[in-house]
Write a protein that binds this ligand. Structure first.
Ligand SMILES: *Cc1c(COP(=O)(O)O)cnc(C)c1O
Length: 363
């Protein structure tokens, strides 16, 4: 068999990332966003570490269930759901759902009676690296109205959720959501939960605010706006698994294109797992055994027959790089295997796991 790209996940790093999040926000429930990497060894480690799970589809409900995770530990956090999907999750024990419209709230009442609900709001956050735009969330005024309605539908109004956008580089973003949520908590008696979403960034090719900096910004904002602290939830995905993954791939070809540029083709691209290179949003760090040799800009592209399968227009790589060279991509544990497709017949990205170094998996 020809070699093909694979991801190595170091479970010890996953564990350390969870402990780091817990140290930064000691009172927060850590509700892992499963879409970042739904591999079973990761889910099993996280449940042992006391995490809960944010699922976005019936497929993710099933993946968690297959990893032995009880429905009571799952929250269906994607407000885009068919009634039958809500019912499916409810039948598997899921009892917490988010919503952002009156119709969505009604559908939870009908298909998941008696459940707890979080209302997703969409204040104007500073743009993140991969922003949600206007896709999710309602205006804070509407959240007041909807959460007030919930008990009449025999749902439990748990609280408010927001997401500052993935790979959020501005720690002040969370304060905007916390301030908005405070007004809703003041207007709706009985709310208990404030879900601060994901967005904690990972270092790719540049340094980013660390989890401690983000944690301090969140703690300051909570202290300022919430004299009595609600139950705090964070929903990290990237920050749990990103730095734990190293992707090993290979140079397929190096040539001068008809544009005069040097083109470097890898055996993985946009469709094999590097989807987040779209618009060059995520700039991964590529390492080769020729690092240290003189470098020059190259166009970096994937192996498929699609013209859009180009990762970077200008990326400095050793001029000595040639076909067959191994390339390692750092911090590739999040949003890679979960995006990987078999487009053009290239195999989906597979994963090798490095087990935790000691027998202790609880923290
Ligand atoms: C994707 C997602 C997350 C995780 O976001 P990260 O930026 O990976 O931390 C958390 N919550 C919700 C609702 C999401 O959609």
């Amino acid at each position: 068999m020809p070699s093909r790209p694979y991801l190595t996940i170091d479970l010890e790093t996953v564990r350390k990332n969870v402990l780091g999040l817990r140290a930064a926000l000691p009172t927060a429930e850590i509700r892992y966003a499963v879409k970042a990497n739904p591999a079973e060894p990761i889910l099993r480690l996280l449940v042992n570490l006391g995490c809960t799970f944010d699922v976005a589809s019936v497929g993710e409900v099933d993946l968690c269930a297959a990893a032995g995770i009880d429905g009571a530990l799952m929250t269906f956090g994607n407000p885009l759901r068919k009634p039958a999907e809500t019912a499916y999750a409810f039948a598997r024990g899921v009892r917490r759902f988010t919503f952002d419209t009156a119709a969505g709230l009604q559908a939870i009442a009908e298909n998941a009676p008696g459940s707890g609900v979080e209302c997703r709001i969409a204040p104007a956050f500073p743009s993140s690296v991969t922003p949600f735009g206007h896709k999710f969330g309602c205006a804070p005024e509407d959240a007041i109205e909807l959460l007030t309605q919930a008990p009449r539908l025999e749902l439990h109004a748990d609280g408010v959720a927001f997401h500052v956008g993935s790979q959020q580089l501005d720690p002040k973003a969370w304060e905007i959501g916390i301030r908005c949520a405070r007004d809703i908590f003041e207007a709706v008696p009985g709310l208990t939960t404030l879900n601060l979403g994901g967005g904690i960034p990972v270092s790719y090719d540049a340094r980013v605010p660390g989890v401690g900096v983000v944690g301090d910004a969140i703690a300051d904002a909570l202290g300022q706006h919430f004299p009595a602290l609600p139950h705090i939830v964070i929903e990290p995905g990237r920050a749990v698994v990103g730095s734990a993954g190293t992707l090993s791939c290979e140079v397929v070809s190096v040539r001068t294109g008809t544009d005069g540029s040097r083109w470097v083709y890898l055996d993985i691209g946009r469709y094999g797992g590097l989807a987040e290179t779209e618009n060059e949003y995520i700039r991964y760090r590529l390492r080769t055994k020729r690092d240290g040799d003189p470098v020059d800009d190259a166009v970096v592209a994937g192996p498929t027959c699609d013209g859009d399968d180009v990762l970077y227009r200008r990326y400095p790589l050793p001029v000595t790089l040639r076909a067959g060279d191994l390339v390692e991509i750092d911090s590739a544990g999040a949003y890679t295997t979960s995006y990987s497709s078999s487009f053009n017949g290239f195999a989906c990205l597979t994963t090798e796991f490095v087990e935790v170094t000691d027998a202790v998996t609880t923290g």
